[in-house]
Design a protein around this ligand. Structure first.
Ligand code: F6R
Length: 595
């Protein structure tokens, strides 16, 4: 959550910082700010809302010559998204930007107030800069003061601090929130993720938890863990689509094929990544994740039990962390995360790792905290996902879980080659069916005009289509702000059917290859009570008011992937009709690094 950047060098610092922040804006866009220290002057600009507002505010400012700067784009945790609460926060001679949460900020604030420090914001971050200045006033040794400050903090943080007392240095600290430093000729860059550094540096250091330091042009080489930075900026651009989300929906067939490369052969599965794990000892699996990744975990649990016959539990990471979880010996713990930085998922992973279990992550971002923390990782190869509403990350996660199920069945000796071949053929067909059918897109665009009012949506499905229903509902509510729920269709009669009337919209997932007759009966019960039914299925169903027609398919997984695309497009088109910002929906952020 939030994004931070930093810069040391001779280029125009304002543009350096603003360009970096634009790459991170999808992580939080309540407010933004920059501070620049050059020739002894410390100048700060802040604005509520998007970076473009900040850009307008500092339009007339330039900073030539050597100097340094820090910047931040915010997703509010403590205090409203106002200019005063925007970062950088300042004391008398120092400014700071921070990602994460300082848990003990109240007690620190009280003791600093007793010392006479004056606070102007409602944020947790402001205590850090006052605490630092308080130590500087006592000791005059800047790094020592900064280190003492950091040692007093409890919580998660990535911090950059600049001070007039040391005008060539950025002080940094990392614990639980990502922070990267890169260098090029005579410039140093900081960022909370790779994106702002692409094209500017070729080598970076991914800081480890506990890192505290002072960085200037002389001491970059002293950093540990310096690695080459991939230069893949093209994938982060929109490729002619109006929205990242639309582009990401359309590129699913390509990234799914990439996710399969080397892992899916003609009649067998290969997962080199699992060499690090004692596969023979696995007797059960726990999958753990948040949000959309949790929905892919639920989907995976059906696949693992159906194909690999391995008992599989699914846990929401934020619940799992505090329930004093019990795992069986021989249990494989798998976390799923697009960003690899989700705080709840990361902490659940650390908890289980400490208990000595084998851990596997399924993740889209190499070198992310979750990847580094787990014993081994299967990377989804979705490319950078910029739309806040996750689409291609979900489909590639499901694909990896499907491959994992096939692979584990193979290892257990319960998957004859002929069966493996059938699954693999189905994988290729399913991937092909995610290629957006323009006619279907146009049809969905037209029919969404009938779904902009009402008192809510139910997305219903059975078996593996239940997690897909959950995901369809989540997509819609995230970007349309309409109330939507995913429900197992067989459960509707146990309560929610009470809501059925003409103003209840029901999107029914009706695969022909899995329990069709059962779900049809459930839909009939709703249709009989006058709910508006939008059936997603390949055959006309007379009880429906609208029909999103999918292809005739041989397997339910082929239907699953095509319906997934239909639901993503449905959410996109409803949101656009309502005039919303689909890529940056209100109140959300791309990477949730607070618990
Ligand atoms: C929904 C969405 C979120 C994320 C969730 C977990 O579209 O993107 O629900 O799925 O915040 O994020 P990751 O997968 O990065 O751990």
């Amino acid at each position: 959550m939030c994004g931070i950047v930093g810069y040391i060098g001779n280029s125009e610092k304002k543009s350096m910082l603003l360009n970096g922040l634009k790459e991170l804006e999808y992580r939080g866009y309540d407010s933004a700010g920059i501070s620049i220290l050059s020739e002894g002057n410390l100048q700060t600009f802040k604005a509520v809302g998007k970076i473009s507002n900040l850009e307008r505010k500092c339009h007339n400012f330039t900073s030539e010559g050597f100097g340094l700067g820090i910047g931040h784009t915010r997703w509010a945790t403590h205090g409203k998204p106002t200019e005063v609460n925007a970062h950088p926060h300042f004391g008398t001679f120092s400014n700071i930007v921070h990602n994460g949460i300082i848990e003990n900020y109240q007690s620190l604030k009280e003791s600093l107030q007793k010392e006479g420090k004056h606070f102007i914001s409602q944020t947790d971050t402001e205590v850090i800069v006052h605490l630092f200045e308080s130590y500087v006033e006592k000791s005059q040794n800047i790094l020592e003061a900064f280190t003492k400050t950091i040692h007093n903090l409890k919580g998660a943080y990535a911090i950059l601090l600049i001070t007039q007392k040391s005008a060539d240095t950025i002080y940094y600290a990392k614990n639980g929130s990502p922070l990267i430093i890169g260098k090029n000729n005579n410039e140093i860059f900081f960022a909370s993720s790779d994106a702002p550094l692409i094209g500017l540096v070729t080598e970076v250091s991914y800081l480890q938890d506990g890192a505290i330091g002072a960085m200037n042009l002389q001491n970059f080489k002293n950093l540990e863990n310096i690695q080459p930075l991939l230069q893949d900026k093209l994938t982060a651009q929109k490729d002619g689509f109006a929205f990242f989300m639309e582009k990401e929906i359309y590129e699913q067939h390509r990234v799914l094929l990439e996710t399969m490369i080397g892992r899916v052969q003609e009649d067998c599965f290969i997962l080199e990544e699992l060499r690090a794990i004692d596969l023979q000892s696995i007797s059960s699996i726990t999958l753990c994740a948040c949000g959309t990744s949790y929905h892919s975990a639920l989907t995976g649990s059906y696949l693992l039990e159906k194909i690999a016959k391995i008992k599989t539990k699914v846990e929401i990471a934020s619940e799992f962390r505090y329930k004093e979880p019990i795992l069986n010996s021989g249990e494989l713990f798998v976390v799923i995360s697009q960003s690899g930085e989700t705080a709840d998922t990361l902490e659940a992973l650390k908890l289980i790792k400490r208990q000595g279990f084998q851990t596997l992550s399924i993740c889209n971002v190499d070198n992310s905290s979750i990847v580094r923390e787990s014993h081994t990782t299967i990377l989804t190869r979705a490319g950078i996902e910029k739309g806040v509403a996750s689409t291609k990350a979900f489909s590639t996660q499901v694909m990896v879980l499907w491959i994992l199920a096939g692979f584990l069945a193979q290892i257990k000796g319960i998957l004859p080659k002929t069966e493996a071949q059938k699954i693999i053929q189905s994988m290729f067909k399913a991937t092909h069916l995610t290629k957006v059918n323009i006619k279907m897109h146009e049809h969905i665009k037209r029919l969404t005009k009938r779904y902009l009012h009402g008192h809510g949506f139910f997305f219903i499905g059975r078996d593996i289509f239940y997690p897909l229903a959950l995901e369809g509902a989540l997509k819609l509510k995230e970007i349309s702000y309409l109330h939507a729920e995913g429900y197992p269709s067989g459960e509707m009669k146990h309560g929610p059917i009470a809501l059925a009337d003409t103003r209840l919209f029901c999107v029914a997932l009706m695969p022909q290859n899995l329990l069709y007759e059962k779900i049809k009966s459930n839909v009939e019960e709703l249709s009989a009570r006058d709910a508006t039914i939008c059936a997603v299925t390949s055959e006309y169903y007379e009880g429906s008011d609208d029909w999103i027609k999918t292809s005739q398919a041989q397997t339910y997984m082929e239907e699953f992937f095509e319906m997934m695309v239909a639901l993503q497009l449905f959410a996109l088109e409803v949101s656009l009709r309502l005039g919303n910002d689909v890529d940056m929906p209100r109140n959300l952020a791309k990477s949730v690094t607070v618990e």
